[in-house]
Design a protein around this ligand. Sequence first.
Ligand SMILES: Nc1nc2c(ncn2[C@@H]2O[C@H](COP(=O)(O)OP(=O)(O)OP(=O)(O)O)[C@@H](O)[C@H]2O)c(=O)[nH]1
Ligand SMILES: [Mg+2]
Ligand SMILES: [Zn+2]
Length: 286
Amino acid sequence: MIKGRIIKGVGGLYFVDTDNGIIECSIRGIFRKNKITPTVGDYVKISLLEDTKGIIEEILERKNILIRPRVSNIDCAIITFSIISPNINIDLLDRFLILAESQNIENIIICINKCDLASEEDIESIKSLYKNIYPIIFTSTFKNVGIEDLKNIMDKKVTVFAGPSGVGKSSLINAILPNASLKTGDISKKIERGKHTTRQVELLEAWEHTYIVDSPGFTSLSIDFLEDNLDKYFRDFKEFLGNCKFYDCKHIHEPSCAIKEQIGKNISEERYDRYIKLLNEVSERS
Ligand SMILES: Nc1nc2c(ncn2[C@@H]2O[C@H](COP(=O)(O)OP(=O)(O)OP(=O)(O)O)[C@@H](O)[C@H]2O)c(=O)[nH]1
Ligand SMILES: [Mg+2]
Ligand SMILES: [Zn+2]
């Protein structure tokens, strides 16, 4: 058996990058029976059938897996939004941050693209919202702003670009890797057709030990995957958790709550309000 990594999946076939080149693999029926789905990014063991064909025998343990897009073993998530066209949706941005936190992705970066369209004021307000919580990069593929910063962040990592349709994920990847020639689409047409330009998830080799994953945009993200420990995924809460009087404090009305004490200090009122809103959503479900 040889080891490799799934770089693409098309209609039940998986393309596995190995020392012997790219091998087109099917999977053992047992995977389907056990509802195990091989995922782009997975490390696998395969047996060869012919020179370029094989069968996946085993999926090695994943360090993490993202659901939107479905890709595993990621080092860096670049959560991409635009301020205008389409308008920024902070609720969706927070949900994506929570998803990435819940999957232990080491590097979580916010990228705000289409800065050429946004006012200085809008840029500043987004910056102040997240500046002490996540690295935030402002980019424009039209004005070639921020592209070098993205390249530096991605070096020697597997990086996924995720975010709503039309924010310019594929355009950014094309700016980073002109050879990628990914299809991009006019956003008015996307809305008209309700369609996304990018449909497939694929690991693209950028340079040595460096991979990029483009992904189709999403318009909503349910937080069904969360258990009732939402506070753990608010990075700005992290250093204060454990200091509340009650060990199971939800930071709502409990006395001597270390999180509430920080509101207006190290935790902004806006982030706290969004925590409460999402907490209600999670508890309504259970
Ligand atoms: N003004 C402006 N427009 C941009 C910029 N980057 C991309 N666009 C435009 O935004 C539109 C959408 O870009 P895409 O790269 O297809 O967006 P996407 O995020 O990949 O969209 P999906 O694949 O549908 O998820 C295209 O018309 C791009 O030309 C930018 O920096 N500024
Ligand atoms: Mg795209
Ligand atoms: Zn508390």
